[in-house]
Design a protein. Structure first.
Length: 345
């Protein structure tokens, strides 16, 4: 059988098809000759024997043809199956080495190289987009902090002073001043909330745990969900890039729970596991099919996509365990790279 594999690996598809068809013709001809020889001896075969011979001849010819073509085209079937997986969003799929002739091997190698390049390109573009997005968020947050919120604060303080010194003025006037102060205060609170969403300064100043605690208190608790937050083992600062990625992924997972899960309880954990930091967000909500989320609807499904991209960019991963009716658990793993030790990996 080894000589068959040897021949299979060194014969191209054209030759294989040629051999298959030649075999069919030869088998057919040999059978026909056999029938005639049989007939010339004066022993004309009965119609049923003749039919049997024809059927055996046909079946063996078709069998040989099918077998050889199946083997010859197997690499192409495998390639088709792999490209189909890529089409469905599994960008890590590669065509396995299934043997075959040198031409097919070259096609498979080229296809795999192309898929590698595509993956590299996707990652580079995603990195650029995420970096640009983060920079832009930082810039807007800084502007809101330095300009808008300073102006609003001074407005609120001034209105407070005016309010205090308005004794003896008509009630309507002091009422308007109070109302204006309240509107200014609300706008200031809203601006601070926006600033936090854009770029939480507490993340830069104090790190992941305080930033997550702040986010939970602002975004989850007011929604009436019971939250358990169990941060453990993270008493050091991670590199800037890792903290941003980790926070954004956790932020998205928590926001998804609030937005989609209709959960009553959410458990958020943070732990050091070997050389990695692992975060998880587990809810008891409606759950969903992670593989069936469509990325092509405008404005939908970008959150999950971004989570995987962000994690991959810092050498980490995101694992989503969910099914309808079973709640959702999102697990984020990133390398434990301490701040100031970025180059060390
Ligand atoms: N914790 C969850 N519980 C139930 N369904 C969820 C949960 N997380 C995600 N989903 C489902 O997966 C879909 C995709 O989530 P994803 O975060 O990618 O997009 P989105 O939240 O709809 O929009 P955005 O791009 O603003 O994040 C959601 O629309 C929702 O149907
Ligand atoms: Mg989302």
């Amino acid at each position: 059988m080894r000589w068959l594999t040897y021949l299979h690996n060194r014969t191209n598809i054209f030759t294989k098809v040629l051999v298959a068809n030649a075999l069919i013709v030869v088998t057919g001809s040999l059978l026909a000759v056999a029938i005639f020889t049989y007939a010339w001896r004066g022993q004309t075969p009965s119609p049923s024997v003749e039919l049997l011979l024809v059927l055996v001849g046909l079946a063996s010819s078709l069998g040989v043809n099918y077998g050889i073509l199946r083997v010859a085209f197997q690499p192409l079937f495998t390639m088709h199956a792999t490209l189909d997986r890529v089409r469905q969003g599994d960008f890590s799929a590669r065509v396995p080495d299934v043997g075959g002739d040198p031409d097919t091997a070259r096609v498979i190698e080229t296809a795999n190289l192309m898929l590698d390049r595509l993956a590299e390109h996707r990652q580079a573009v995603a990195a650029q987009i995420l970096r640009a997005m983060e920079e832009e968020r930082k810039r807007i947050a800084r502007e809101l902090h330095d300009e808008t919120s300073q102006s609003l604060t001074s407005m609120v303080v001034n209105l407070q002073v005016i309010e205090q010194q308005m004794g003896g003025q008509p009630e309507e006037l002091s009422g308007r001043v109070r109302l204006t102060k309240e509107v200014a205060q609300r706008t200031l609170d809203e601006t601070r909330r926006l600033m936090f969403d854009l770029r939480p300064s507490v993340l830069d100043d104090l790190g992941l745990v305080p930033a997550l605690r702040w986010f939970i208190s602002q975004r989850v608790q007011p929604m009436g969900l019971t939250v358990e937050f169990q941060p453990a083992g993270l008493d050091h600062r991670l590199s800037d890039e890792l903290e941003t990625a980790f926070f954004r992924i956790m932020q998205e997972a928590i926001t998804n729970t609030v937005k989609h899960a209709r959960a009553t309880h959410v458990t958020i954990t943070l732990a050091k596991e070997g050389g990695a930091i692992v975060g998880s967000v587990q809810d008891d909500g409606s759950g969903f099919h992670p593989m069936r989320v469509r990325k092509d609807e405008v404005g939908r499904g970008l959150g999950l996509f971004g989570m995987h991209e962000r994690a991959a960019l810092v050498g980490g991963s995101v694992d989503i365990d969910s099914a309808p009716g079973r709640g959702t658990t999102v697990r984020v793993t990133v390398p434990d790279r301490v701040r100031g030790n970025e180059a060390g990996g």
